[in-house]
Unconditional design. Sequence first.
Length: 658
Amino acid sequence: MGMKEDGPKRPNKKLLYYYGIILLITILLNALVMPALAERSVTEVTYDTFLEMLDKGEVAGVKRDSDKLSFWTQDVQQALNGQLSLKNLNSENLKIYKTGLWPDDDLTARLKNAGISFSEEIPTQASPLQNFIFNWVLPILMFVVIGQILSKSMAKRMGGMGNAMTFGKSNAKIYAETETGKTFADVAGQEEAKEALKEIVDFLHNPQKYADIGAVLPKGALLVGPPGTGKTLLAKAVAGEAHVPFFSISGSEFVEMFVGMGAAKVRDLFKQANEKAPCIVFIDEIDTIGKKRDGSGFSGNDEREQTLNQLLTEMDGFDGRKGVVILAATNRPESLDKALLRPGRFDRRIPVELPDLKGRVAILKVHAKNVKLGSDIDFDAIGRATSGASGAELANIINEGALRAVRQGRAFVTQADLEESVEVVIAGYQRKDAAVSMNEKRIVSYHEVGHALVAACQSHSAPVHKITIIPRTSGALGYTMQVEEGERFLMSKEEALNKIATLTGGRAAEEFIFHSITTGASNDIEQATKLARAMITRYGMSSQFGMVALETVNNQYLGGDTSMVCSPETARLVDEEVVSIVKQQYAKAMQILKDNAAKLNEIAAYLLERETITGEEFMEILNAGKENAEERAEAPKPEEMQAAESGQENGAAAEQNS
Ligand SMILES: Nc1ncnc2c1ncn2[C@@H]1O[C@H](COP(=O)(O)OP(=O)(O)OP(=O)(O)O)[C@@H](O)[C@H]1O
Ligand SMILES: [Zn+2]
């Protein structure tokens, strides 16, 4: 375990270097700069000027060198004798002169007569000690003081590492949170993750039990999932349940440091963790240091690599039986260096997925625990309307709802508050001041009703929950919200096609009614294209290619950017099929709108007047005077508010008004 000795050694070495440099500077000053300065203050005069000054009695001391004669005035002599304070030495009248040597035999006698001191050697200053102090001790002391001040301020910038001279001993308080105060009860849903973590809690409670039987628990577990799903919360809950200290640091904190500091920080973290064992060490965003090392040799990020290597060394080095458990979180597991995932390191992987309907309802309830609720609250409805929302977003929805209640001067939260805050979280706040022209509002009305009508007239799409043309801060000028009735896991090919048709419904309505189109459909277009492409390349729903993966998803949890894994020729065919799918669905949507032109006009006018209509109102108008109305109502569809879902109509129309 080299790490223990390594820590303190490093700063000592640094200190030595530093003092070495100070010494060097001082020597240089004394050897080069001082004489040069002294040389400057010597004025060269002719020999007869010397004689003249000598006659006038201005010369107080003379020194003979092999090649020159130096002499000086009374003031200098006094200074040399220590009778004058040093600060006067610089003044004008304190001059040392020199002149060439002249064969002058009676000079000695004349000097003697005049009582002038003369020598072969320049008389040393009165106090050699003083000289020593000024030339050596003071400069060195000064450097030491400056060094201390600099290192302190440097340490401060590095996030309170304390004294830079003692890097190895930075204070525990930065990471440690002795009691997190969180328990598994604070984490709603995530039952599998909790189950997997319970073993770790048990181990921390009773390491001896595991040691006795010879079992070794994994040193580390990797929490993997999309942002905001409660990974940090789970790690805290483990520490809370086990009543052990919680050391937390984010991967990015390691990398922002100076070269070598990341590795030092890792060493430091583990040293402290070892001292406080049993404990939890939580490393958030581990991907920032744990990224795959590219074997390209010319790596632009030595610092990161060094930090990662140090982390691996530490993980191998420490004794798992002591009770230090390392939890790390990431939402880009695919980018992690394989070395991190080897046995003895983060060999246990705990998925922390987006909550399902049950999970969402549970999370809403957990966060509503301390919120005063009205009697009309229906968490189930909110849960259904928030498919795809993360725990963090759900927590936010509850809080937004409570804030809205306060704004409206109520003492409790109503269902309307929560419904509005769902929309705030999805699409931003209402923009009441947005100056959307009447003409644009009309276009938006038709666009949204177009979506809704196409959705409602197809058998396999989620019921319309709400249509609104109130602009939102996200730039949406309106949107149609579809909410499925239950949990949803699979999508059939037919449903996928219908979804594309629904997405094209907005643009189709614009074209049908106004014979001109706007930029308002950009988001619809993007989503329709994405889905059509995925059907072909990932879901095997293309008759042309069948069950062949033509794309890989690079990032499972973050937006899922993909890359094609096929020949350029195939890629071209895929593009063609994407175009053809979207075109077909657009034609289908257009046909639906043409068949229901009267309803389209009627509902759009109603929406324009009301600005927001509910799914029931929509269906009522749609079904009025229709015989086959019940057809749709009989096909209850599972949840999933289609992300088009709430289609945000961004685009130039929005930009013009903002
Ligand atoms: N399952 C859950 N139960 C209760 N609250 C949750 C849950 N998931 C998330 N939250 C809420 O969301 C907040 C943010 O979650 P947390 O920071 O743990 O997410 P994370 O997965 O670590 O996110 P990131 O990947 O962005 O770091 C929590 O503080 C909590 O309020
Ligand atoms: Zn749209």
